[in-house]
Design a protein around this ligand. Sequence first.
Ligand code: 5GP
Length: 133
Amino acid sequence: MASIFTKIINGDIPSYKIAESDDYYAFLDINPLAKGHTLVIPKKETDYIFDIEDEEYKGLFAFAKKVGIAVEKVIPCKRIGITVIGLEVPHAHVHIIPINSIYDMDFKQPKLKFSNEEFTETAFSIKSEFQKL
Ligand code: 5GP
């Protein structure tokens, strides 16, 4: 059965899309740790990130770097933190998170709530910066 992220890529489930290439897709995390928290995924569905072959793995992180730079241009922060967890959704993904302290990467922190308008505006701004890169 297709993962929830494959359904997002196919447009069967909506997402706040940031960017897309032939092989990768980036969209806002629906339960973010920070404004601009973004997920970057390979379109080819693989559960565990270390099962991805090297070229696709390198491409994923190169795409995530570009997404992170775009996020950084929109969301004031000290750094962009990146992490891979993958315990909830069995479709490999990289978390891109604007951070000001190490605690901003703590997934035990309560998740933030944003309105549809706020998510849409954040995605639009990051997408615009991504397209300039
Ligand atoms: P992980 O698998 O890395 O532990 O966590 C999966 C992440 O995907 C979580 O941060 C969760 O909020 C996010 N997530 C789960 N389902 C959806 C969804 O349907 N849409 C979006 N945009 N994010 C999701």
